[in-house]
Design a protein around this ligand. Structure first.
Ligand code: URA
Length: 445
């Protein structure tokens, strides 16, 4: 086989066989295929796509390029939740304790954040003492004992994806459905859970900007997962504004604690409840979606999810007094509002820009080596549909540098569209749009 012929085949929109896809993935990972040939191939995929069989074969080939985790030491059915990434997305911090409180094991290997979206591990490290650098033995012991543990990723999962993703990043080939779906699913399939629930974000802060493309991605990933033998389902959720109100590491932990205390903003609560319901169905403890949602909500109402969060924090060395008294969290020393420039209704928010404001304040990483400031961030005061008066705060910014604060403020104002009345587009806005299982798509009204 020659890489030249395979690039040409995809350029001519012909279907690649499993052997040909394996040749490309193994050849590139092993260093025999150079970057320039792989770049040409990836661009051909961007223009001509891949069908379901090719996309699944690409996923399996990348999954098999490295370690596959063995979670068989965990008692019970493990369900992994994955989000395609969003601003203010703290659902893992809320869902983990909700699911664990119902006795279902949550064993999560998580990464650090890069760019405008934060990572779960960074957020958790804003709790003094909390460590995700724990041994595999302690991880499994905690999951079996308290049903919840989160550790930093140590295994070499899907190294082919790591290398290909880095190349996609510099060759404008990231935003391509079969490449995104296979990239995400190769890592999820390698991470060993029995079932997978995907939170596919849609909107201004997500990869997928509209419903049709989010649905196509969700549907492709659900099919890949099920074809690979894992019960996989997905929810399409909104990312046309930051999820909840807080963006930034410590601020997101504070909001998660408030949510576990029963005070979540509606979009955040809905997102968590739908994801939790699909996780409960995947774990086999519920069969009806409405009952599953009730079970999930009950863990917040009866306080068991909050208690579970405190137990989890303590088991990983964290100071659980912060869970019961979140005013102890250290926030940026400068706290200033950003004021509305006119009267009206908030009709549009560029969520990605809000994420970039948090990055500018120091809350995110520009490169893998950047050191982040866990105490900075943004507390959103006005969300979509809200009425504002000129001079009212749109948000509060927490910063430790006046210069960074001024830069972030200017960008924040430009991320908001304030209109005289609700737009047609805004009238269609929802927190959760649809869920997809192996049986098909269910639109949520
Ligand atoms: N996240 C991934 O892991 N891969 C992509 O291609 C896009 C988002």
């Amino acid at each position: 086989m020659r890489m030249y012929d395979l690039i040409n085949k995809k350029k001519n929109n012909l279907k690649l066989t499993k052997e040909e896809i394996d040749f490309i993935v193994q050849g590139y990972t092993g260093g025999e295929i150079p970057d320039y040939q792989m770049s040409a191939f990836l661009m051909a995929v961007c223009f001509n796509g891949m069908d379901m069989e090719e996309t699944t074969n690409l996923t399996i080939s990348m999954r098999d390029s490295g370690d596959t985790l063995d979670l068989s030491r965990i008692q019970g059915t493990t369900v992994d939740k994955h989000s395609t990434g969003g601003v203010g997305d703290k659902t893992s911090l809320i869902l983990g304790p909700m699911i664990a409180a119902l006795g279902i094991p949550v064993a999560k290997m998580s990464g650090r954040g890069l760019g405008h979206t934060g990572g779960t591990i960074d957020k958790l490290e804003s709790i003094p003492g909390f460590s995700t650098s724990i041994s595999g033995d302690l991880f499994f012991e905690n999951v079996n004992k308290i049903k919840l543990s989160i550790m930093g990723q140590t295994a070499d999962l899907a190294p082919a994806d790591k290398k290909i993703y880095a190349l996609r990043d510099v060759t404008a080939t990231v935003d391509c459905l079969p490449l995104i779906a296979s990239s995400i699913m190769s890592k999820k399939l390698a991470s060993g859970a029995d079932a997978i629930v995907l939170d596919v974000k849609m909107g201004s802060g997500a990869f997928m900007k509209d419903y049709d493309s989010a649905l196509a991605l969700a549907d492709t990933m659900v099919k890949i997962g099920n074809m690979a033998g894992k019960n996989t389902s997905a929810v399409i959720t909104d990312m046309n504004q930051p999820l909840g109100r807080n963006v930034g590491n410590a601020l997101e932990v504070i909001e998660s604690i408030e949510a576990l205390n029963g005070n979540a903003p509606d979009d955040l609560l809905q997102d968590c409840v739908w994801l939790a319901a699909l996780m409960l169905i995947s774990a086999g403890v519920a069969s009806d979606i409405e009952k599953a949602k009730e079970m999930a909500l009950a863990t917040i109402k009866d306080g068991s999810a909050l208690k579970k969060f405190a137990e989890f924090v303590e088991a990983q060395g964290g100071d659980s007094s912060y869970v019961f008294n979140p005013s102890k969290f250290k926030l940026g020393e400068i706290c200033e509002p950003v004021y509305a420039p006119c009267d009206g209704i908030v009709t549009k928010i560029d969520a990605q820009e809000i994420g970039i404001c948090s990055l500018i304040l120091g809350g995110g990483r520009e490169t893998k080596e950047s050191i982040i400031d866990l105490s900075v961030g943004i507390k959103i005061e006005k969300k979509l549909h809200d009425t504002v008066k000129k001079g009212e705060p749109l948000c509060l910014m927490y910063a430790n540098s006046k210069e960074k604060l001024e830069q972030a403020k200017e960008r924040f104002i430009n991320a908001y569209t304030i209109s005289e009345s609700e737009t047609e587009e805004l009238k269609k806005h929802k927190a959760v749009y649809a869920y997809i299982t192996r049986d098909g798509v269910n639109v949520i009204n």
